[in-house]
Design a binder for this molecule. Structure first.
Ligand code: C2E
Ligand code: MG
Ligand code: MG
Length: 657
């Protein structure tokens, strides 16, 4: 009679038990892979228990009827191959995790089923033939010629899995590639050992080894999971992009960045803020069956889906936009975040992309989307040119700062009541090394998002203050300077302004600080607090480009702006266009009845100026009266001695054309 040692099986059972206890699913568990793994652990325990039982029955031998022996052992043979099939299926799912085309995975599943059915038929046939095992007349367990058939099935499964790994290695997660490097040799060695040392029960150890390796793989995956939401984290997005690009799989990414999230946290509490992020992430995660969501920044998400065609890409973007137009309801509280969107599509365009590149394009596209009225930037290959241009401008900004190639130009503002140009707006100009002027429309947005804007504001501010100190108030009443969000978020700005007023000795009332709605929306509370302190010192504030953003009237009423500047886009077709006439005249009436000072920007034609003056407009800034010009040209223009009638003239030599 064969003498079995079951100690290894008992040991395996204990370890499997510990693994099961330690395997906890996360509350947002959606991955069926994890469910498969959990079932795999249960099946493994069942198989080991049955093996121990069979061995015990064999020891009891004559006291147990043969049919029970046969049933028990057949059950074990079936179960152990079932375990190996489930593990193989599970591994295959993980190997295909980053591959959209899953035909190979389906074929492998079919192979597993067919193999298992054939094997089950063989086990049935074994009842009659004893081809795998049988019990002799003394009821002793005897091995048949096909006793190792189960190992054969397992090795065949392993071989096919290795083929799948080799074929798709560029799209297989590194942690899985590692599993496929470690698991086969371990299983081969253990199987070989079992075949040689037949009396030591070793199958449990093989199963335990496989399960431990898979569990470790899970843990390394846990590192890629976002801690707050069901989405993957930035690392896993990077990894996903790497694998998708590696396997040349076409995909679409929609990135979503939530603006002014700080105010959501302040208004609804951080807990609700977190709950909203969780809800958005879950919605994204469940939106497209093959899609994956990632939290790529604190309040930034990305949804990655396979790219099929333009129509489905458009549909996805529309679905996301539509959802974000609605509020998100959490515990009966409606929260409306302010998202901006960017899309990227990867196809075989012949461009060499890598994951870093794509992440860079996404964040660049988001920054462009922020400046757009519609708050979305759909993918367009011209983005590459824009990025290259941005790189060029960044280099120019760096060199221009070093070589002091910035100057403040001034655009005079016309006082319709006195007929004089008596104030001016400082507008920054940058020159390239050849001396050509570069428009601030090009470099200011880039300076704002790349950390140069403080330095640039310092340059304009210093020059504007020096102009105020050099020019008498009756010649130049005031100068206005544009601010970006960064200045109004930094308390040090107040100190800087105090230093400048002392150094240049001018009345703060002569300096007007221009801010836009967009600037104020970033962190309204903090900015308003800093604005208030500056207003108390006498500095004046103007709301610039009114009519381009939300045209938020409460912003006007809440803040003590000295004046509102109507954006030039409003007057482009004024007064000929009826719609424009209606909008501008209504705004003018409204602001006049609120007793707000108004400056209308962008007036280029006489007919515009005449119509505005007829509507009672006091201040006009536009090319019709004067273009931006260097300081010397401005002084020449404003100096009453050089003018015969005290009114302006427009022939200053160095004006912009
Ligand atoms: P803004 O503050 O609204 O400045 C007015 C812009 O309108 C100027 O463009 C000016 O040249 C232009 N403009 C004035 N009249 C007319 C007109 O009749 N027709 C047309 N088509 N345009 C007119 P510029 O100098 O190119 O500046 C563009 C923007 O760049 C400014 O808009 C401002 O937002 C920003 N910017 C300029 N300098 C600075 C600065 O020193 N700091 C900051 N943060 N932004 C600046
Ligand atoms: Mg301005
Ligand atoms: Mg403006």
């Amino acid at each position: 009679m064969i003498k079995w040692s079951i100690s290894t099986e008992v040991f395996s059972l204990i370890i499997l038990f510990i693994l099961t206890l330690n395997f906890r699913e996360r509350r947002w568990e959606k991955f069926s892979q994890r469910r498969i793994f959990r079932n795999c652990l249960y099946l493994s325990m069942g198989a080991v228990v049955l093996n121990i039982l069979c061995t015990y029955f064999i020891v009891l031998a004559n006291r147990i009827p043969v049919w029970i022996h046969m049933l028990c052992n057949s059950g074990y043979f079936l179960l152990i191959v079932a375990v190996s099939s489930v593990i193989a299926y599970y591994l295959c799912r993980l190997l295909y995790e980053h591959i959209y085309q899953k035909d190979g995975s389906k074929r492998f599943r079919l192979l597993l089923i067919v193999l298992y059915l054939l094997y089950a038929l063989l086990i049935l046939y074994n009842f009659q033939s004893g081809i795998i095992f049988y019990f002799d007349e003394q009821q002793n367990y005897q091995r048949g010629p096909l006793i190792n058939i189960g190992y054969g099935v397992m090795l065949l499964q392993l071989f096919v899995l290795l083929m799948i790994t080799l074929r798709n290695r560029r799209s297989i997660d590194p942690s899985m590639r590692k599993v496929m490097r470690i698991l086969p040799p371990i299983i081969l060695v253990l199987t070989g050992y079992q075949i040689i040392y037949k009396n030591v029960l070793f199958n449990g150890c093989i199963v335990v080894a496989a399960n431990i390796i898979l569990l470790l793989n899970f843990q390394s995956r846990g590192i890629e999971q976002d801690i707050l939401t069901p989405s993957g984290n930035r690392n896993s997005l990077h990894q996903e992009l790497l694998l998708r690009v590696g396997g040349k799989q076409h995909f679409q990414i929609v990135a979503i960045s939530l603006q002014q999230y700080r105010s959501i946290n302040q208004r609804y509490g951080v807990k609700r803020g977190d709950a909203l992020l969780y809800r958005i992430s879950l919605w994204l995660e469940q939106l497209v069956p093959k899609g994956k969501s990632f939290r790529m920044g604190n309040v930034e998400f990305a949804l990655l889906v396979p790219y099929e065609d333009k129509t489905s890409a458009d549909r996805l973007v529309e679905t996301i936009l539509t959802r974000f137009r609605e509020p998100w309801v959490l515990d009966n509280v409606s929260i409306t975040p302010h998202p901006v969107f960017a899309e990227f599509i990867y196809t075989d365009s012949g461009r060499e992309e890598d994951a870093d590149n794509i992440l860079e394009i996404l964040s660049f596209s988001l920054s462009l989307a922020r400046t757009r009225k519609e708050h979305i930037l759909r993918f367009d290959p011209s983005i590459y040119q824009k990025m290259a241009q941005q790189g060029q401008i960044i280099r120019l900004l760096q060199s221009a700062i070093k070589e002091e190639r910035f100057e403040a130009w001034y655009q005079p503002i016309y006082n319709c009541h006195t007929g004089k140009l008596s104030t001016a707006e400082a507008l920054l100009r940058m020159r390239d090394p050849q001396g050509n002027l570069i428009s601030p429309g090009l470099f200011i947005p880039i300076a704002e998002t790349n950390g140069f804007i403080d330095e640039l504001t310092d340059i304009v501010m210093e020059q504007a203050c020096s102009l105020l100190s050099d020019t008498a108030e009756d010649i130049l009443e005031s100068v206005s300077v544009n601010l970006s969000a960064q200045q109004l978020l930094n308390e040090d700005f107040i100190r800087k302004m105090n230093v400048l007023t002392e150094r240049y000795n001018f009345k703060p009332e002569r300096l007007c600080l221009e801010v836009t709605e967009r600037v104020l929306s970033e962190n309204p509370q903090k900015m308003q607090a800093i604005m208030k302190q500056l207003m108390q010192k006498g500095f004046r504030f103007a709301l610039d480009d009114f009519g381009t953003g939300h045209s938020n009237l409460s912003l006007v009423l809440e803040n003590d702006f000295s004046c509102i500047k109507l954006d030039h886009s409003l007057v482009q077709e004024y007064p000929e266009n009826e719609r424009s006439r209606f909008i501008v005249n209504t705004m003018l009436n409204m602001f006049h009845s609120l007793d707000c000072q108004l400056i209308v920007e962008g007036v280029e034609r006489q007919i515009q100026a005449q119509a505005l003056i007829a509507q009672g407009v006091k201040w006009i800034q536009g090319f019709y009266y004067a273009r931006p010009m260097p300081k010397d040209s401005l002084l020449l223009l404003l100096d009453p001695v050089s003018k015969e009638d005290g009114t302006f003239h427009t022939d200053a030599t160095a004006c912009e054309t």
